[in-house]
Design a protein around this ligand. Structure first.
Ligand code: ADP
Length: 518
């Protein structure tokens, strides 16, 4: 590994490998197919760039991000590493020229999009080159269970297999659940022992979930207070981006906007302005940011809940790539769950995938309701267990006292059982609060012994308590568009008194302030 160290120093100016980089590089150099799962900003590129400089021939890098290839290649060229790309932004003559230069061995790295491998002609051409290594960037795109499925990723293995130089495959990703990790290994024929997982933890990120805020007012004040800092505000829809952007601009905040409904030219202009700090805040849909390599983003606000934890962590993870403390704030309002559900329903997919998407949305909602360490929730979602709490997320810093709510939980659970576990939150909370709703009377639920047990509380409060029990795994949610709540095995332990339930004391929200800003 001495040579690898020397290259790291000579070309990149770093004296040490980061966690995982050395293992991945030494695997690759000894010819082992490998998967590197590292957090955003963990330094994945070095894992193929250093070997590319050590191995004979040209390393092929497969990336879904055509818009970024030029930047990546420019920066490598600037560092004295000969690299090029071939993609649809080039003219036929340019492609031709680059292919010829590659044949003369002028480059150490070639970036392409996966679709190019679908062309038998291109494969024939690649076969005329010596390709020791294929790096598959954003490898989670090959899994249907991931959050950015690209069908063309499914053809990568077969294409690579046709190459006579029999290259080593290196798969890289920052966001992969255990299920997606399995898909990556299976698909690309990577033995499980060659999976290098450095951990998803990002100690410099301060996670914060805010509920019940007047969001617009809040974002106006927050962006105003942090006007010298770079930040991204994610909204779920284009309409909301426009709305928040206009509001911030009116308030004098230096804000740009980015979504799929804007022209290519305008998007590029806004992105450039953000990258060179002439716009401090970018209000955007999830169209913004895949691969945006801006290191000094000090905060990422989710103005609305994203569709799943992968999307959330990838977007939130764009904060603090330079390792400096940064904030990731999620503003939660229950009606946004409907927006996401609607978006999921609009996408045509198999019933199985649809079900999976809804489950992922539920996991996202559980993140909002959990009262344990937010960083740990994220880690456990990605299959990594951590005993230590981060100590600086909004839950870790929540110093409200906890109270024992076991009896109340038992009331909810036994009510569910009496209703044969066939209903969702609103019916259950309706029965518990003694609602005289038609459906409740039709089912004669007013005759149940649990009817009206929580009469003193509003249906909304009981609903939130149920959400809490879901986030704690005491209640399971099943079914698709009409979810049904079931008592989990943990819930059964609670019912028979074998497990206690505690919850932070709830403060009654202050009456809403009049909204002069609207
Ligand atoms: P990723 O693709 O995993 O998000 P990058 O490859 O873009 O991350 O690397 C993130 C940052 O970390 C880059 O600025 C990179 O130059 C830097 N970096 C990578 N490896 C090292 C290292 N060994 N020492 C110091 N900085 C590093």
């Amino acid at each position: 590994m001495k040579e690898a160290h020397d290259i790291l120093k000579q070309y990149f100016g770093y004296s040490e490998f980061r966690k995982g980089q050395d293992v991945i590089i030494s695997n690759v150099l000894s010819g082992k197919n490998t998967a590197g799962i590292m957090p955003t900003g963990g330094g994945k590129s070095i894992c193929y760039q250093v070997p590319a400089l050590m191995l004979e021939g040209v390393t092929l890098v497969i990336s879904p991000l055509i818009s970024l290839m030029k930047d990546q290649v420019d920066s490598l060229t600037f560092q004295g590493i000969p690299a090029t790309y071939i993609n649809s932004t080039l003219s036929a003559a340019e492609v031709e020229e680059r292919m010829e230069e590659l044949s003369y061995g002028e480059y150490r790295l070639l970036y392409i999009a996966p679709e190019r491998l679908e062309s038998p002609q291109f494969i024939r051409y690649l076969n005329s080159l010596d390709i020791p290594l294929v790096a598959v960037d954003e490898a989670h795109c090959l899994s249907q269970w991931g959050h950015d499925f690209r069908p063309s990723y499914m053809g990568i293995y077969d294409a690579v297999n046709q190459l006579s130089s029999q290259p080593v495959i290196l798969a890289l990703t920052a966001t992969a659940t255990p299920q997606v990790q399995r898909d990556i290994l299976n698909h690309l024929h990577i033995p499980p022992e060659n999976k290098v997982l450095t951990g998803f933890q990002r100690n410099n990120l301060f996670f914060n979930v805010l509920k019940g805020e007047d969001r617009k007012r809040w974002i106006g004040q927050y962006a105003g207070r942090n006007s010298q800092q770079s930040g991204i505000i994610y909204c779920a829809t284009r309409k909301e981006v426009e709305n928040v952007h206009d509001y911030l601009v009116k308030k004098g905040v230096s804000a740009g906007k980015y979504h799929g409904g804007l022209s290519d030219g305008l998007r590029l202009e806004q992105q450039e302005a953000f990258l060179n700090d002439s716009i401090m805040v970018m209000v955007a849909t999830n169209a913004f940011g895949m691969g945006i390599n801006k290191s000094n983003v000090r905060y990422v606000v989710h103005y609305q809940i994203p569709k799943n934890m992968e999307a959330y962590y990838q977007e939130a993870g764009r904060a603090g790539r330079d390792g400096v403390e940064s904030e990731c704030i999620l503003l939660f309002s229950p009606q946004d769950i409907q927006t996401q559900r609607y978006i999921i329903d609009q996408n045509v997919m198999s019933p199985e995938l649809h079900h999976n998407e809804l489950q992922k949305l539920r996991d996202m909602v559980d993140f909002v309701h959990t009262e344990t360490c937010l960083q740990n929730y994220i880690l456990s979602y990605f299959g990594e267990e951590s005993e230590d709490e981060c100590g600086h997320c909004s839950n870790c810093l929540d110093d409200r006292e906890s109270e024992d709510v076991t009896v109340k939980a038992q009331m909810v659970l036994s009510c569910m059982i009496r209703m044969n576990e066939r209903f969702g939150t609103s019916m259950i909370s309706g029965v518990l609060t003694g609602s005289k709703g038609k459906k409740i009377l039709d089912f004669r639920f007013d005759k149940l012994s649990t009817y009206g047990l929580l009469k003193g509380e509003s249906q909304k409060e009981v609903g939130l308590f149920i959400d809490y029990l879901i986030s704690e795994g005491i209640i399971d949610v099943e079914g698709g568009s009409y979810p049904v709540l079931k008592v989990s095995s943990k819930g059964r332990e609670v019912l028979i008194g074998e497990k206690q339930v505690t919850r932070k004391k709830q403060v009654t929200p202050a009456p809403a302030l009049s909204n002069e800003d609207e």
